[in-house]
Design a protein around this ligand. Structure first.
Ligand SMILES: Cc1cc2nc3c(=O)[nH]c(=O)nc-3n(C[C@H](O)[C@H](O)[C@H](O)COP(=O)(O)O)c2cc1C
Length: 146
């Protein structure tokens, strides 16, 4: 049972400095580590951010998802990690993405009814399923744009 496919969804508060160059290097580091580790561990998913928060979907074998989420929770580049969903699933939603990455502008957010607020995108107002669907739709758009 331990290798049964699971999907985990969380959001957190972004502590990466808003200064453009340090932000870019933090993002590059997170993505490089994620893509190397996740390819090794059979994890796929997507990561969404804006200035205030991260939202991420991880999918893969149960033990690998748990171990990855443990490491992520320890990371000081964010805090207040809130688990929204952690369930067995039949299929991957991000089979082609060791870690898709989407910086969500408020303009993008406005296209998704109900998720844009006066202060921008606020994942605290979304359910795990809504975040999952949002990231899946955005990564599918990316795939078609490639
Ligand atoms: C928002 C966020 C998302 C992350 N996502 C992943 C991930 O999907 N996979 C991963 O291995 N590490 C991820 N990390 C990095 C981990 O917290 C940790 O730094 C990394 O797994 C350590 O890997 P290493 O021991 O190989 O250096 C993420 C970090 C942050 C802040």
């Amino acid at each position: 049972m331990t290798d049964r496919l699971h999907r985990l969804v969380y959001y957190s508060r972004n502590h990466v400095s808003a200064d453009a160059s340090s932000f870019q290097s933090a993002v590059d580091d997170i993505l490089a580590r994620s893509r190397a580790n996740n390819a090794r561990d059979a994890i796929t998913g997507a990561l969404l951010f804006n200035a205030g928060c991260f939202a991420q979907v991880l999918e893969g074998p149960l033990e690998a998802v748990e171990a990855t989420f443990e490491r992520i929770q320890q990371d000081e580049r964010h805090s207040d990690v809130s688990l929204l969903a952690f369930d067995p699933v039949e299929h991957r939603s991000f089979p082609n993405w060791a870690m898709g990455f989407i910086g969500l502008s408020d303009r993008d957010a406005a296209r998704f009814s109900g998720i844009a607020t006066a202060s921008g995108f606020d994942p605290a107002r979304l359910s795990g399923e809504e975040i999952h669907r949002l990231l899946r739709d955005l990564t599918l758009e990316e795939e078609h744009a490639l």
